[in-house]
Design a protein around this ligand. Structure first.
Ligand code: KE4
Length: 427
């Protein structure tokens, strides 16, 4: 496979941009080799600068649930751009998107739009601290909530992939209010609450973990967290940046029937443009400036172009049958991958919630960060490259999710499964 133009661009990029990328996981450090520079994308496909085509299961790390350059999203953005790209003033578009989100997530009685998931998480935690007048935050190992200083403690995603347990540049003072428990381990949460409950402003988690690879919540885990948070006046925050509008139109909270006090959204609600959101109980959200004393602001918050893309995306996701189609395609793919691994005698544990899934190179089980990190990341890297050579673009890290879109066809899935048979046999 010719990757000479990508190689040249990567050399130049590394002279200008740290690691040659604007987000670490894109550098292929965890799997080695040469990142592909993408020229354009359409539907389920990526096209790199050397003319290679790939079936894409990264989908920009989740947002592109309708596939790339979806015609109706593109035309909505095009029309919106002719009316100007940013006003720094309120628009009807923001009211429309807030209404659509609240209709899908009734626990989000009030919503604030921002420009990234990180910004949304940071703001949700600030208002949780303001509301409870407590400083402590309980998070879970392997969950990633963006790069705010105090959350880079045993984070998943990029940090886990780069094998850096904590980030340089985060003062110990900032991290000292952050407590960490193993995912799916309710006993450890009970113990932490016994010791620190009175200092805890919030418990934050990915209700379906995606940043250590996909790890679903154990039976009753979310329900018990809800009970413990209520009993101890701790706010429960669901970071649904990945799972929101992914695992269900109403997110994981709808799928599992557990309402948090605050929810964080991102990715899909921007339709590929920069949008984040946080929201929840009105008595909490009314503390946010200008209606209250918790400050948060943003030049491009509620940007008309990005909000237009979000509205167009949710409008299509609301159509009947969308999630059924995603579920069927993901189930066929997962079965095919499992059969291929079994035939080649490769130990593989697969996890999946709807159209987000991971194949762990381990004999399992995978329930938390400690167990997923037993995976053979070297073998994952070999599998990744064998698939890439066959024009299948998986996440360049064992500790990320693979995603499907409504643009993935039966032929894409068949090709992927055939490529997997070849790849597993080569390991
Ligand atoms: P952003 O600031 O990247 O928009 O969102 C941060 C974030 C918050 N919460 C969850 C659950 C997330 O998954 C993320 C970001 N996800 C990673 C990939 N798993 C983004 C990819 C990247 O860092 O390049």
């Amino acid at each position: 496979m010719n990757t000479s133009r990508s190689r040249k661009l990567f050399e130049e990029a590394q002279r200008l941009i740290p690691g040659g990328v604007n987000s670490p996981v894109r550098a292929f450090r965890s799997v080695g080799g040469q990142p592909r520079f993408i020229a354009h994308a359409k539907g389920s496909k990526l096209y790199d600068v050397d003319g290679n085509t790939y079936i894409d299961y990264v989908l920009s790390w989740g947002p592109m649930i309708l596939g790339h350059a979806n015609a109706s999203i593109v035309s909505a953005i095009r029309k919106s751009a002719t009316r100007g790209t940013s006003y720094g003033a309120p628009t009807q578009l923001e009211v429309t998107l807030a209404k659509m989100i609240r209709q899908a997530f009734p626990s989000m009685e009030k919503i604030r739009l921002v420009s990234s998931g990180t910004e949304a998480v940071m703001s949700a935690i600030r208002v949780a601290r303001g509301f409870t007048k407590r400083d402590g935050v309980l998070k879970f190992e392997g969950c990633y909530h963006g790069h705010s200083d105090y959350l880079l403690a045993k984070a998943g995603s990029g940090l886990a992939t780069l094998g850096i347990p904590d980030s340089l540049g985060v003062p110990a003072d900032f991290a000292k209010h952050t407590l960490t428990a193993p995912y799916n381990d309710i006993q450890s949460v009970e113990q932490i609450i016994r010791q620190h409950g009175k200092q805890l402003a919030c418990i934050i988690l990915e209700p379906v973990a995606g940043n250590m690879g996909v790890v679903p919540p154990a039976e009753g885990f979310l329900q018990n967290l809800r009970r413990l948070a209520t009993e101890n006046d701790i706010l429960l925050i669901f970071d649904e940046v990945i799972s929101g509008f992914r695992v269900h139109y109403g997110g994981a909270q709808r799928l599992y029937g557990v309402p948090p006090d605050l929810t964080v959204l991102g990715k899909i609600i921007g339709g590929g443009l920069p949008v984040g959101a946080y929201g929840g109980r009105q008595d909490i959200m009314d503390l946010i400036a200008p209606s209250g004393p918790v400050y948060q602001a943003g030049t491009l918050s509620g940007n008309p172009l990005a909000v237009t893309a979000g509205i167009a995306t949710l409008t299509r996701l609301k159509q009947p049958g969308v999630y059924r189609k995603l579920e069927v395609a993901a189930r066929v793919l997962a079965k095919g991958l499992g059969d291929a691994a079994k035939k080649a005698g490769i130990p593989l544990v697969q996890t999946r919630v709807g159209s987000m899934m991971t194949a762990f190179f381990t004999s399992g089980p995978v329930t938390d960060w400690n167990s997923v990190k037993q995976s053979d990341t070297k073998r994952y890297g070999q599998f990744f490259h064998k698939m890439l050579e066959q024009n299948v673009y998986l996440a360049p890290s064992q500790f990320e999710a693979a995603f499907l879109s409504t643009a993935h066809t039966a032929s894409d899935i068949e090709k992927t499964i055939r490529a997997a048979h070849t790849a597993f046999k080569s390991l």
